[in-house]
Structure formats: structure tokens, C-alpha cells
Design a binder for this molecule. Sequence first.
Ligand SMILES: Nc1ncnc2c1ncn2[C@@H]1O[C@H](COP(=O)(O)OP(=O)(O)OP(=O)(O)O)[C@@H](O)[C@H]1O
Ligand SMILES: [Zn+2]
Length: 724
Amino acid sequence: MPAAQTVSVLLPVAVAGTYSYGVPAELTVAPGDIVAVPLGTRDVIGVVWDDPPDAEIGHNRLRPIVEKLDAPPLLKDLRAFVDWIADYTLTTRGMVLRMVLRARGGLEPEPPIVGVRLAGPPPERMTAARQRVLSVLEDGGAWSKSGLAAAASVSTGVVAGLVEAGTLAAVAMPARPVAQPPDTHHAVPVLNTEQQAAADALRKAVADGGFSVTLLDGITGSGKTEVYFEAVAAALDAGRQVLILIPEIALTGAFLERFAARFGTAPAEWHSEVAPRLRDRVWRGVATGAIRAVIGARSALFLPFRELGLIVVDEEHDLAYKQEDRVFYNARDMAVVRGKLAGFPLVLSSATPSIESRVNADSGRYRRIVLSDRYAEAKLPEIASIDMRANPPERGRFLSPPLVAAVAETLEQKQQALLFLNRRGYAPLTLCRTCGHRFQCPNCSTWLVEHRFRGALLCHHCGHSEPRPDHCPNCGDTESLVAVGPGVERLAEEVAARFPEARTIVMSSDMAGGIQRLRLDLQAIAKGEVDIVIGTQLVAKGHNFPLLTLVGVVDGDLGLAFGDMRAAERTFQLLSQVTGRAGRAGGASRALLQTYAPEHPVIRAIVSGDREAFYTSEIAARRAAGLPPFGRLVGIVISGIDRGETQAYAGAFRRAEPRAESIQVLGPAEAPLAVIRGRHRFRLLVQAPRNTDIQTFLRDWLAAAPRPRGNLRVQIDIDPQSFM
Ligand SMILES: Nc1ncnc2c1ncn2[C@@H]1O[C@H](COP(=O)(O)OP(=O)(O)OP(=O)(O)O)[C@@H](O)[C@H]1O
Ligand SMILES: [Zn+2]
């Protein structure tokens, strides 16, 4: 008997290595093929990988591949991407592969849809319902049973009855494509001079081919979307697929419409709210090449594109690109890696680029294209701060007199106002006036946030929920509980009291109704069916609200309170984005920032509009401190159920640190969020020069450290965004 072929297979389980399997004589497999293999007592789906198979295993002990799935193979650049990310983030390759294989149903060809069409004489017994079905079918076409029933306003039983009577026959129908191919000539925009130059440069990057990164740095409302659509068109015309990443799925609705306006059809969508069956179809369509353009959240980066030729990362600075769950990665950075491995260009678009991208542009690693004007007649809003020390709101209220006056004026002029407060719920803290008791999460070291619409106290970290109490559980006093501080719901109460006639809407990610409701609400705002929008960061970014002429930032200092290395950058970005929602359709507009620290450099940069000054000073500060991107940071969180045990392990872990002169390790220290979901947390921070091979250092460390036993966990976060 000829020696059977042996291959290595990567499985979507938390294991770094591959497994070796025998290939049955009747099968031929190559790297990238998706296969079912036995693992223990069950069969699992895996992918034939590039590693050499294990030569040690004798053929008699080798278990054979069960089956090769009828799915397009994962291409070499995607396999290399999986390996790269696992290596960089110190996660197992299996866990990264799991993100690729997330659409189980997409691995199998779609079952054909069974429809019906006219095939025989009319039934002997004719009814009005049957007659309606027959008249729908008069054109001779095939219909799905449910579609036909709906069109004829009958139950599906009526359709089934006609099949039984021989009047209708079942036929296989081709599945409707998930997305039509975009038409790049559908509605070519007329660009202004600056936009045209930018679009030409992007088109050239696509035409030149190969890896490149262009930072499209344009102020809010400058038309970045219109401009990068030209890069999209160029890539599509070159026969390549395109991926556009967006940070916030609340933005998809408006985005799909804009894409459709430019290309005649909406792109395929990929994010957590897409129904599982549709996800399967998108996955497969991307793999076969039937789908040419995808808009998606960060996980779309792991789709098995067949001929990807461009990734656009919209709002590239956004924190939402960082995944902090299982595999810790930043989708913007990993998009660049994917482009590099496969050799295609990227566009990073933002009105407030991340310090990292800006430094890369300044150093020449990235190209930078600047759009310095708003499109057409639109001008940036006038921005001013309101010193809250001089203009305090009334007791128990949060809007200062100047902001209230500005809202009133805006309403009088029949224009729209946005009040921005980045806090969900009613109040961030509830306490008892009698005994001082504060409501804390039983699982986390956080205060419970009151959500009055829902009548509950919620933990924003673990989801713990309890009904809003009517008395203090500590001293038993009734009528003694007070809400401390504002959330958007409380602000809505104040607005309703002050402007009872105004049509007001609260927008935050936790409102009932999910993405559909959000899309409708956003449309209503754009159409002017709302006078005052009260919202969290959900409404701060990316949206086009033509009637909006006033933005009030209720707490301009909120982001600065965190005090971590990115607080200034993040606050600058968020405040620039939210003030940038005003005045997008021309006419005078303004933004008012309530602050207790009007002299703070970030607030000053926003008010003066001097973004260059902000970047210059922030970059200088990072450079001086050796912080990213001039140095490297790694966060390590050690967690466990028992505090003492966790702390002891964290100490032992630290003592195993390998010697490395240039690398500095801080901690372990109790994390600012000391307990989450019942797990005690200790943090270490690794700081190293930029050119350090930090992965090797960490791997050596992990190998030398005692193994975390029981419920202890070591979580490594390369390039951390959060220091909580
Ligand atoms: N060349 C153009 N022709 C017609 N409309 C344009 C053009 N350029 C921009 N616009 C319009 O101007 C508005 C702002 O453009 P866009 O949303 O692309 O800006 P942006 O730079 O992405 O802003 P932000 O960073 O705030 O999201 C949109 O309504 C867009 O349709
Ligand atoms: Zn909690």
C-alpha cells in the first residue's frame, strides 16, 4: 500500500500548534482546504495548514481526515495573517482561526431554495384564495412558497394544497445574491479642487498596486467619504474586492445609503447584528468572490476575501477598533498588517487621526492627504467654552444659563440642538442621604448606574441588574436615596422641564429596539423630526445631521478625568468629533463646551481650533516620555477569584521576569477596576523602546513564570488602550 499523505491541520481551539492527520486515498488536499477531522470523540472543522506535519507519528496511529468541505480554501495571505496576529498578540493560532471560521453555515454550499410555479390544470375545487394565488402566478415565474402566500394574502397551506392538487409544481430556485455588484459609474461625484487632488492621489495608490498606507486627514464635513469612495471605485474597476471598516454599527444605516447613492447598490454588511444565516451567506460570497464590497465592524478583517484589493479604515482613531476580549487586537493596526502581507493599499480616514498614525505620516511611513475645508458653503462651528465656575447651573441641574439660552435661540430659529453627555443611564451613582450607603455592584468594584427608564440599577461592566430600590438596604430609611451626577436620561428630564414643547430624543447604545430602532431614530434626526438630541458618543461621530446648528457639550472635562496616557488624545478626538456635527449644511453654527478647566490645553485646542498645536504638543510629550508610538507598552492583567491567591501569583509572576536592560516593568499593582465579574485584578505594565522584540521577551517570561493554576488567568494586552 502506498504511504498515505500526512498533513497538518489547524483547529479553532485554544491551541497554538497544528494536529497531524492522514489523507484518505480518495482525497487530495492542499493548505487552505477546509476539512472535518476527528478530535477526541467528535469531529471538528479545521483548515489544512502550512506547517510541516509531525513526522514522529506513525501512519498506523494517524487518524484520517473525515471529509473535505465544499468551500473555497483559505488563501495563503489569510493563513499568514492568522499566524502573524497570533504571534504578535501572543494568542494561540487556534483562537485566531476561530475568528476566521465564524460562519459555520458558510462552509457548506447553500441548499437550493425550493419554489413553486404553475405546472398543471386548475384545481377541481376553486376558491377565492386559490384564485388569488393563480393570478399572482400568471406571469409564469417561480415564487418561494412563503413569498407567494404573502403576495396572494393566503396561508402557506393554500399553496401546499395547490401543489398537492398538481396545479403547482416545486422547482429549485437560485438563491438571491446577498449583494449586487457595485456600479462604479453610477453617480460619479463632482469634487472640489482639494477633494479632486485627494481622490487622484488615492486612485493612483490603487493603480500603482502593492502595499501602501495613506492617511486621509480631513476636518469634519470635508467630504472624506466622497473622496475615499473614488479609491473604492478604482479598486473595484481593477477587479478587486474592497473592505470598508467602520467603528460603530450605528453608522451602517446612513453609510449603506451613501454607498448605494454612489454605486447604485448597497454593499454587504458584516457585524454582530447581521442575522446568522445572512452572515453565512456573506462569508461564502466573500470567499467565492461573488461579493465585491463589504462594510463591517472590526471582525470583518477576518473574512476570507478572495481578491481583496483595498481596505478603508473610517474614523481610524476610534477606540472601538480595539478588541479586548479573548484575542486583544487593534483592527486598524491589523488591517495594515493584512495589507502588507497581501500587498494592497490602505486608506486610514479621520478628522482627528490617532497620534500613532500622525507620527507614521510625519515620518514618511504613511502618505498623508489633507482636506482643510468643509465642503461647499459649510463652515466649522464657532466654538466657545462656558466656564462653569462663573456660570453654575441651578442646584440639581446640569445646564448652565448660557447653554440654556443658546438652546432656546436655536429652537426659536427652528434649528436643531445636540446635547452631548458621554454617560448612559440616569445617574452614575446612587447614595443614601441618611447613612451614606452607596450602591455598588456585587461582582465588580464599580458603582451601579441608575437607569430610570428601565427602573433598574445596572453595572456597566458585568451587566448585573437589580430593581431600583425604594429604601436604603443599609439603614432602611425610605425617601432617602439620591441620584448623584447626570446621565443622558437625567439630562432629558431637565430638558423636558425647560423646553416642554421641544421634540426631544435620547440616543444611547442601550436603548431598547436595537440597531433597527437606532437607524430609524438617526433618520428622524436627519429629517428634522427632532428638535433636541441628547446623546452619548453614539451620536458624536460620523453622522450628518443637516439641520443641526448647536452642539452643547455638557461635561467637557469628563474624558480628562481618567488621567491615563491617552486621556488628552481621546478627549480631543471626541470633542472635535462632536462639535464637528454642527453646521454641516452651511449657515452659522456653534458649539459650547461646559468646563471647569477652560485653561486645560485640550479645551484650549478645541476652542481655538488649533489642531496642529495639539498634535505638536501631544507628540512632543509622548516622545519625551518614551510612550507609544515612540516606545512600546504591554499591559498584563492577572486575575483570579481569591484576592490573596491572585496577588501572590502576581508577585511570583513578576519575579520570573527575564533580565532585559532596556525594558522596564511596573507593578503588580491593584488595577483601577480592582474587581470585575467577581475576579480580582492586578496589573503590570511593560515599557520598552520601540525597536524591542517585546514578543520574545514576553514569551520567555511566560515560559519562566509559574503556570497559572485553577482560576488564575494571565491576560496580555499588546499596545493597550485601556489601563483600567
Ligand atoms: N463633492 C461633493 N459633492 C456633493 N456632496 C458632497 C461632496 N463632498 C462632500 N459632500 C457632502 O458633504 C457632507 C460631508 O461629507 P462627509 O460626510 O464625507 O464628510 P467627512 O469628512 O466624512 O466628515 P466627518 O469626519 O465629520 O464624518 C456630506 O453630506 C456629503 O455628502
Ligand atoms: Zn458588575
